[in-house]
Write a protein of this length. Structure first.
Length: 120
């Protein structure tokens, strides 16, 4: 006999991430459009996932803004120019999502993540 009480769907957890984040501690550069010219600002990477970076940055960026990140992962001598979009901001804490990575760039990210401490 069917139940007279309808089942409730579990609420969607919006905080759940597609990819785990891993602790990081290195400097990088963020190149963004400011007015009619580009500005290069140094930032500090706090965490990395295969989909993006969490950065401490003393700059005013808007959600949805596209930037170029100059990233040299610790232990590597290769600097990558990575396109990313601002997905999150709280004060000077920013979350960037990679827009597209070449195979070699993705492999470099994954190599960096190997053996790192997971943040969440």
């Amino acid at each position: 006999m069917p139940s007279s009480t309808p089942k409730r769907a579990k609420p969607l957890d919006r905080r759940r991430r597609r990819h785990p984040r891993y602790r990081a501690d290195f400097r990088l550069s963020v190149n963004h459009l400011l007015g009619d010219r580009y500005q290069n600002v140094e930032g500090h990477c706090r965490d990395v996932s295969e989909a993006g970076l969490g950065i401490l940055l003393a700059a005013e960026l808007s959600i949805g803004e596209v930037v170029d990140l100059g990233v040299t992962f610790p232990g590597s001598d290769k600097t990558w120019e990575l396109r990313a979009v601002v997905r999150y901001r709280r004060g000077y804490q920013y979350g960037f999502e990679f827009l597209s990575l070449m195979t070699e760039q993705r492999e470099s990210v994954m190599t960096f993540l190997d053996g790192r401490e997971q943040v969440d």
